[in-house]
Design a protein around this ligand. Structure first.
Ligand code: PEP
Ligand code: MG
Length: 326
């Protein structure tokens, strides 16, 4: 299989009828860059930046963050790196950020809400990302966006940081990095058409989207068997988001666990997804799946799935599609 994977690394992810799908990698630690390059991923679709704040009592300075991010950008050697601003809170605790554990951490002051409440922290991180972006292509991704206002406020913070850096004659990329929104709150998915006018790209986080849509704690074993991204409600939110992105002509990626499971590849493509970001080790198997899938069949699968109203029936249809000759 090593030889097979080696061969797959250097061929594109294209469907049998020639449509190109962009496969990217999710990353939690800078040490994973080697594995990402090895996997054949086109870039980093999700750099979870929480590692910068974990296992320490203080907050990393702008300079420290810049050095770490610049190193990743340089080692990716011209491939796009999508850096997500800190998603602390909820299941991702970082004491250094002082995120208070409220009565319900999953619904509390976390991610971009925390960033906008603590703009000193958000400014330092945006400055570090913008400076790293002078060394290679970077996209900036905002976690847990619920409202257009949050995205607008984040862009204002970014513009303020840009003015400060320009005044200090710090080299910045031109144009500035695209600013995108994670779509992982059901309300954001339902407002994806409105949000699309303020975002340069979307990335659908199916882990949290499923958690919040079905009210299933993603880390609770007792309800793990109920966690189902094939629930029609989740699929409708994904489809609506993909359609809104298409109308606004912005790219839309899926970066939750769903993207790295070959069982879901054809369905996601049929729903209009052309970018998938996953754990690096899953890239070859997803690529192999895409290379044996035709878009017409994927679109037909999605059409049939969206007519069903029960996750169990949908799973049957998807499994039948996957086990047939495709
Ligand atoms: C998601 O929610 O699907 C996602 C990709 O982000 P995370 O798993 O880091 O919350
Ligand atoms: Mg998430």
């Amino acid at each position: 299989t090593r030889r097979l994977l080696g061969r797959l690394r250097d061929v594109p992810a294209v469907t049998t009828d020639g449509l190109r799908i962009s496969l990217q990698a999710n990353m939690e630690l800078p040490a994973e860059v080697g594995a990402v390059l090895e996997s054949g991923a086109e870039g980093i679709g999700l750099l979870r930046s929480e590692f910068l704040y974990m296992n320490r009592d203080d907050v990393p300075s702008e300079d420290e963050q810049y050095r770490v991010l610049r190193d990743v950008v340089e080692r990716m050697d011209g491939r796009t790196v999508t850096v997500r601003t800190f998603d602390a809170g909820g299941d991702k605790l970082a004491p250094a950020l002082g995120c208070a554990i409220g009565p319900n951490p999953a619904l509390g002051l976390r991610a971009i809400r925390l960033g906008l409440a603590r703009q000193d922290l958000l400014e330092a991180q945006l400055a570090a990302i913008l400076r790293a972006a002078a060394h290679g292509p970077v996209r900036i991704l905002i976690p847990m966006v619920a409202t257009v206002g949050e995205l607008r406020a984040t862009r204002e913070v970014m513009n303020r940081v840009v003015r400060r850096l320009r005044a200090a004659q710090v080299p910045l990329p031109d144009p500035l990095p695209p600013l995108g929104a994670m779509i992982e709150i059901p309300g954001a998915a339902l407002a994806a058409d409105a949000i699309s006018w303020h975002a340069d790209f979307f990335s659908i986080g199916t882990n949290d989207l499923t958690q919040y849509t079905l009210a299933i704690d993603r880390s609770d074993e007792a309800v793990a068997h109920l966690f189902n991204p094939l629930h029609p409600a989740v699929l409708r939110l994904i489809q609506f988001t993909a359609q809104a992105a298409a109308r606004a002509r912005i790219p839309v990626c899926v970066c939750g666990e769903m993207a790295g499971d070959p069982r879901f590849s054809a369905l996601l493509m049929g729903l209009g997804i052309r970018e998938l970001s996953m754990t690096a080790s899953n890239v070859p198997v997803i690529k192999a799946r895409i290379r044996t899938t035709g878009m017409a069949a994927a679109a037909e699968l999605a059409r049939e799935v969206m007519e069903l109203n029960d996750g169990g029936r949908i799973a049957q249809l998807v499994d039948r599609f996957n086990s047939a000759g495709r």
